[in-house]
Write a protein that binds this ligand. Sequence first.
Ligand code: GLY
Ligand code: MN
Ligand code: MN
Length: 440
Amino acid sequence: MKTTTYKNRRNKLLEMMQEGVALIPSALLQIRSNDTEFPFRQDTSFYYLSGFDEPECLLLLCKNDKESKSIIFLREKNPEMEMWVGKRLGVMDAAIHLDVNEAYDISKLEEYLPKLLEAHSNLYTDTFSDNIYLNKAKKVCQSLLSSRTVHISPKNFLHLPSILEKQRLIKEDYEIEQIKKALGITEKAHHAAMAMAGEGKNEFEIQALIEYIFKKEGSKHDAYGSIVAGGNNANTLHYIENSMPLKEGDLMLIDAGCEWNYYASDITRTTPVNGKFSPAQKDLYEGILKVQEKIIQDIKPGISKLIIQEKSEILLVTLMKDLGILHGSVEEIIEKKLFKKYYPHGIGHWMGLDVHDTCPYKDEEAKDILFVKGMVLTVEPGIYLPKDDMGIPEKYRGIGIRIEDNILVTSKGCENLSIGIAKTVKEIENICQRDYKEFL
Ligand code: GLY
Ligand code: MN
Ligand code: MN
């Protein structure tokens, strides 16, 4: 993407700021054990504003009544380190390459910060973070405050994520294209997995196939840990062990999505291991699918997540009553939250650079944020029926079903961005008959 996109985002943020300095640190390399590190993934806010994916950086957005500017601190070039672990952009090329006003060596941060921070009153940071660079900046603010020669320095700390996350809530066309690209790859992977599943195949083989397709198609990161859950394992919501053999007659719940250029996809499908839904599985599955479709139909500007949450509770409770899973009045079940045992999570969440995009659901007055064009959210109703729960009809015990799609709010309604991923009983059973190699 062009550097102007990041510059526009920085300018937008600067417009929303009062006088002051915003500090946005990159992610740091994290030790896995001894001298090995976890795979590096850039900090989302830093990436959103810079498009730069090196660790050990700090981005500053400075604003006063005369000017606004962006400054980056980053690692200096180091031929020996670059020989071992790869190229660095370096300070000299950074200002032009990243289209920022100034660039400095991160090892000089403490030396340069006092000059950059003094004369500003407001400091915008993630106030809860204990990032090393933010801590250094706070220390500098503390010493400026006690200086006899500096008269103005930052002592008003403002929570930057509250501003930035609002900005991230409305997706640009470019961002929607990235999500669509991620979903195209995720679609292939889910279809291949449906086709590969069968008696005796292990959950980890299916996971390997999904993640092979993600990588083969050029996705650098999975959007989250893949869940491949046969039978009763689907009732563990974040089952990521993925280590059991699949069984004839069971369902298989897969919740997996790749990232494309840092943008997530988040898809769940629940399909029969042997390629054919049993009558009980079909009743439950089609009931949940109807609920999901009804919720998606309702999504349009002016509706809120709370409205679709409440509707999902009424519809899923009604379904569970109709199937003899819950008993009593819908009102009482909802009032006493008795459904939570079988529908414990929310109907969906914002999605974007993070799978659970950290954007707000309420505004400053604690009112629900209403959907507007450009927002992206998941819709993922699910019912989870543990195999040892004697209170539910035997034929449903050990079944966990979730159906999850990614939805874009449009000017008049919404668009299901994952519409191409098999979802009806017929579509799924057809894919299950195919050879997984057709999808590679
Ligand atoms: N994959 C995480 C979620 O569905 O929220
Ligand atoms: Mn989700
Ligand atoms: Mn999911």
